[in-house]
Design a protein. Structure first.
Length: 230
């Protein structure tokens, strides 16, 4: 198992909470995901690009657009400095056009996939994007229940696309973080298990240590295993 990255995901509809979360994240990492919701594609609404524009931060960040017709939002988030634009396959009737627009704007493209969307549906687009983001909850809320069947989907996808960057978003916490890391993902996006905890920095480091300790243990087991098995 290779190194797995852990990225905080900021989701809030309160500008004051956005500012607080950003300042907290700045103390323990350099990369963050901002979750943007329109109240149409998902039931909830979040802060907008205007709220992000009012912030000053040196964080590298990506925008996860849980919005209908994401093409309407692209230029605003690119102008603000998003490194990557992640949009949902299910949010547009023309995902290929959205990918082309993001490319023309000079940004990386991520394609997010809801839990019920089959891999076969997105297969024609995989070669056009920089990463695939598997949702392991129904999107739109902090603390939504984790859907473990998504891990089997990720394993299947990894076997078909060994070089694609794979992310997972939703429901990751202390009790399942190592199971998630073993599924073949490159990036785990974590919201409430970091940012709604009393000490977000400590929670982040704890989750990261669980991943790294498991990777080290698995690696050692592999090195110590004799040829032909036990």
């Amino acid at each position: 198992m290779s190194k797995v990255r852990l990225v905080p995901a900021i989701l809030t509809n309160e500008p004051e909470a956005l500012e607080r979360m950003v300042r907290q994240v700045e103390t323990f990492t350099t990369h963050v995901q901002f979750d943007i919701m329109d109240g149409e594609f998902v039931p909830s609404r979040s802060v907008t690009w205007e709220h992000l524009a009012a912030l000053s931060t040196a964080l590298t960040w990506e925008a996860h657009l849980m919005v209908r017709e994401p093409q309407r939002y692209l230029e605003d988030f690119v102008r603000l400095g998003a490194k990557k634009i992640v949009f949902h396959y299910e949010a547009t009737g023309a995902p290929g056009e959205v990918i082309s627009l993001v490319r023309k704007l000079g940004r990386q493209t991520g394609l997010a996939v809801n839990p019920d969307t089959p891999i076969s549906t997105i297969a024609p687009l995989v070669g056009e994007v920089d990463s695939i983001l598997f949702m392991s909850v129904q999107p739109g809320y902090y603390g939504s229940p984790f859907i473990p069947e998504v891990l089997d989907k990720i394993k299947k996808f990894r076997s078909s696309y060994p070089d694609m960057e794979i992310g997972i978003d939703g429901g990751a916490k202390e009790s399942n973080i190592t199971q998630i890391a073993r599924s073949g993902v490159d990036v785990i996006y974590v919201g409430s298990a970091i940012l709604l905890q009393p000490n977000p920095g400590k929670s982040y480091q704890h989750l990261l240590s669980l991943i790294n300790d498991d990777i080290t243990h698995t690696h050692r087991q592999g090195k110590n295993k004799p040829p032909g098995g036990w």
